[in-house]
Design a protein around this ligand. Sequence first.
Ligand code: ZN
Length: 261
Amino acid sequence: MTFAACIIMLAGCAAGKQARPADYAGSRVRFKALIHYTEYAEEAHVQFAHQTIDFYRKLTVGNGFQLDVTRNLADYTPEELMEYNVIISPNTTPHSKAERELFEKYMDNGGGWVGFHAAAYNDRNTNWPWFLQFIGGGVFKCNNWPPQPALIEVDKAKHPVTKNLPEEFVIPASEYYQWTPEPRANKDIEVLMSLSPKNYPIGLKDIVYGDDWPMVWTNRNYRMIYLNMGHGDEEYIDAEQQLLFINALRWIVSRDPRVEM
Ligand code: ZN
C-alpha cells in the first residue's frame, strides 16, 4: 500500500466513523433561540404561537440548536438575553417597560429577531416610538377578514430567504395586516415578499381593494425579519411556507458573527 493510499484509507475511516444518523450526531449546539409569546391574545394568535413552538422545537432534533420558551423577557438579565442568537415572536411585542427596555438593548446590540403577524401590531395606544422605527414606521391600517389563503410573490428572488422558493405561491389561510405609512417607502426597509395584487379584492367581511401590501421585510439597521402571516391553526400545513419560516430563522441566525452556518 502506498503512503497516499494509506492516508486516503485513514481519512475514509475517520469520515465513516462520523457518518452516523443525524439525531445521534452529538450535542454541539450551533445557536440558541428564544420564543417569546403570550397566552393573553385572541385565540387564533395563541393557536399560532403554540404551533410555532412545536414547529421550531421539532427542528432542534439532533441538538442543532437550543430552543427556550418564555412569556416574560424580564425574567432574563440583559447579559442572559444576549446569549440568544435570535428571539422569535409569534404573537406579541414586549409590553412592560422592563421588557421593552430589554428588547431595545438586545436589538441595538446586535440581537436577532423573527417576528410574525401580531408581533408587529401597533396603533395609537402602543406608545413605543423605538418599536415603530424598528418595524419600519408602519401603523396598523386594515386587514382582510375572514382569514383566507392568498397568493404571495417574491420581490427579491436572490435573497437567502427567498432563493429556493417559487416566484409566487399560495399560502394557507391567514389574516394579513396592511400598514400606514407604507413600509416600502422607508429607505431602511427591504421588502422581500408581497401580497400579489391579483388577490384584490380580498376579504368577505373586511374587504381590501388595493394598495401595496408587503408580506415579508427586513429593516437594514437591525438583524430582523418580519412575516405578516401568523393567524390560526393552518399556518404549518404548507411545505413552501414552512421553508420560508426556516429560511427566515436561518438567515437571521447566520448573520450573527458568533455563529457558523
Ligand atoms: Zn390575526
